[in-house]
Design a protein around this ligand. Structure first.
Ligand code: ATP
Length: 414
């Protein structure tokens, strides 16, 4: 075969052996041959294959007949089309995972940072609309080029060199979310920004393109940063690249590396996302709006943030775990998360807080009713709470201790 290197020879069988579910590629090839259309594996999976990484969900592109190809592929995999868009993109789910299949497209940008206009096109044009050279490669699974690598921008050479290169100098003006993507890839793969990428950044900043990004798109990008293995360094990298300045945002909070695993273990993704946004916005409501929160939410969080910051001295001066816990327990988890992300020096309190949160009493209201004759009401609630705080401080250690303290408290209440 012409135009191959040892790396790109026998690409199709090599791809098959690198997949946990090779049946997807085999099925796509069959669909392409049966319908007489060319189907390609594109973007991330091709990049990850050459990097020797495990391939996650696959991205396929088809020239023409996207609708028929998606239906046929879903049928062959005994899966179903989970969602599709008017632009000819389909998500297929099957027992081995998900496959994205899209019609090959051309994209034009009516204005900087606006969503693109999409039209059907060839695979070559489809590769031209992509973000970086290493993501602009495809392997033909069917059709006349079957088994061949399409690499119009020498993405494989850049990937080998560890360089992140834009396809053209207006790339970030057209779509500033690509700057976020650059930060993620640079950190995830340890890649350097090519000279053209730096020039493209300069162009985007001179034209203030990032400022035109909608809050929803910024929110989407922050979400993707949090999915990265090392979000802290991505934020730092984007700061060095000048993105926060270009977005007129303050620098991200400093070093949360030791705290991040704790927060990740203890808080759901939704809470982490909001917590991160509040920390990035330093709790300012206009910045919270800019980062994609809804007006009511932004107002609420901003007030709550201010209040917690005002109570900071109480927290740091508190003499026992329960006193610290009392200050924090009245705030929403998003605010607590943001607060810990923001104030690195409070790391010891954060660690303690999440330990305390897992503590619960061995006695319940029912026990107090049975053993002390208490009826449900404010007194019972107050006693339970006091016993709980005592447990946080280690002053009671088991059920007997808890009941004894409850009795003492009741006697004191008269
Ligand atoms: P990841 O490993 O982060 O999922 P991916 O490369 O699979 O990386 P996706 O966001 O799933 O990334 O996008 C799939 C492909 O679509 C990318 O590889 C890239 O070629 C292209 N792409 C995605 N977003 C953009 C964009 N904003 N501009 C240009 N091309 C894009």
């Amino acid at each position: 075969m012409k135009n191959t290197t040892p790396e790109t020879e026998n690409l199709y069988p090599k791809l098959l052996t690198s997949l946990d579910h090779p049946e997807v590629l085999l099925a796509a090839t069959e669909v392409g041959e049966e319908l007489g259309c060319s189907i390609y594996l594109v973007g991330g999976p091709v990049r990850d294959f050459f990097l020797g990484r495990r391939l996650k969900d696959l991205d396929l592109v088809v020239e023409e007949k996207a609708d028929a190809a998606a239906k046929a592929l879903a049928r062959k995999l005994s899966g179903r089309i989970k969602s599709h868009s008017p632009f000819g993109t389909f998500k297929i789910v099957y027992s081995g995972g998900e496959v994205d299949l899209a019609m090959a497209r051309r994209e034009t940008y009516p204005a900087p940072a606006a969503l693109p206009r999409v039209e059907p096109a060839s695979i070559d044009e489809d590769l031209h609309r992509r973000d970086f050279t290493a993501n602009a490669m495809a392997v033909a699974l069917s059709g006349p080029r079957r088994g061949r690598l399409l690499d119009p921008f020498s993405g494989l050479a850049d990937l080998r060199e560890g360089v992140l290169r834009v396809l053209h100098l207006d790339s970030f003006v057209d779509d500033p979310t690509r700057i976020f993507r650059a930060g993620r890839y640079a950190v995830r793969f340890g890649w350097a920004l090519a000279e053209e990428t730096l020039q493209a950044l300069g162009r985007a900043y001179r034209t203030q393109a990032p400022l035109r990004l909608s809050p929803a798109r910024i929110l989407g990008e922050i979400k993707r940063i949090l999915e990265e293995p090392d979000p802290e360094n991505v934020l730092r990298c984007l700061e060095i690249m000048g993105l926060w300045l270009a977005l007129e945002l303050p620098p991200p909070p400093e070093h949360f590396s030791s705290l991040w695993p704790i927060l990740r273990r203890n808080l759901p993704t939704r809470t982490l996302l909001k917590g991160m946004i509040i920390a990035l916005a330093h709790g300012e409501s206009y910045l919270l709006l800019r980062l994609g929160l809804q007006p009511g939410e932004a107002e609420r969080y901003s007030r709550s943030w201010e209040e917690l910051c005002r109570h900071s001295p109480e927290l740091t001066r508190a003499s026992s775990p329960s006193r610290r816990y009392r200050v924090l327990e009245t705030y929403p988890p998003e605010i607590i998360c943001a607060y810990f992300l923001h104030y690195k020096e409070l790391e010891y309190i954060a660690k303690e807080y999440f330990k305390l949160k897992n503590i619960s009493l061995e006695i319940s209201g029912k026990d107090l009713k049975r053993e002390l004759g208490l009826t449900p009401g404010p007194l019972l609630g107050r006693i339970l709470k006091e016993v709980f705080y005592a447990r946080l401080d280690g002053r009671v250690k088991n059920r007997e201790d808890e009941l004894r303290l409850a009795r003492e408290l009741l006697a004191r209440e008269g």
